[in-house]
Design a protein around this ligand. Structure first.
Ligand code: GAR
Length: 207
């Protein structure tokens, strides 16, 4: 199964996918393209280091959002990707892409949806909000993507305890390592194996 991985920043989730392909856990999965929302994303260096084709498609470089959306869609289709993986991608995909890849786009979110999600809740912000609310567990969620931020069917979630002394940065690192980098490759494995179905807007996972 070919996948296109969309990134905006450091690319630790992209790296986890690359490592799981190398280890054989994601045997049969190939990253056909990495799409970055900006040219400064370190994830692009990771793609280059592993000879993975990459491109930068930033909405601000296009005359309209619609034109950008169409280019994203054409580029992903051309790569042969059957699944789009948003791995730390901080933009909202365009309508055409979401429609064309309906139920074939997944996202990793650094909180237990429906907590600390939605527009503006990205990067370090969910962790700041979680600590400010005093939650005792937090974690990450892999979900299908629809036209709204963080609202599609939930595929997998994993939690960690919030510990005394946690700062947003410490919590973020624990969640990235113990949750995100585990459940994102796992969700890709499950989808590649045809073990995820959607019924009535609920994702059913048969492990
Ligand atoms: C990750 O924590 C990811 O969950 C989050 O951005 C970070 C990217 O890290 N995504 C979101 O906040 C999406 N709403 P990475 O570039 O090192 O994978």
């Amino acid at each position: 199964m070919k996948i296109a991985v969309f990134v905006s920043g450091g690319g630790t989730n992209l790296q986890a996918i690359i490592d799981n392909i190398a280890s054989g856990y994601l045997a049969g999965v190939e990253i056909s393209l990495v799409v970055a929302s900006n040219g400064n994303a370190y994830a692009l260096t990771r793609a280059k280091d592993h000879d993975i084709p990459s491109t930068v498609l930033s909405v601000k470089d296009f005359a309209s959002r619609d034109e950008w959306d169409q280019t994203v869609l054409d580029t992903v289709k051309k790569s042969g990707a059957e699944l789009i993986v948003l791995a730390g991608y901080l933009s909202l995909l365009g309508e055409k892409t979401v429609k064309a890849y309906s139920n074939r786009i997944i996202n990793i979110h650094p909180a237990l949806i429906p907590s600390f999600c939605g527009a503006g809740m990205y990067g370090i912000k969910p962790h700041k909000a979680a600590l400010a609310r005093g939650v005792k567990v937090s974690g990450a969620t892999v979900h299908y993507v629809n036209e709204n931020y963080d609202e599609g069917p939930i595929i997998l979630q994993k939690s960690v305890e919030v510990l005394p002394g946690d700062t947003p940065e410490i919590l973020q690192q624990r969640i990235m390592k113990e949750c995100e980098q585990v459940i994102l490759p796992k969700a890709i494995r499950l989808i590649a194996d045809g073990k995820v179905t959607i019924e009535n807007n609920i994702a059913c996972v048969k492990e």
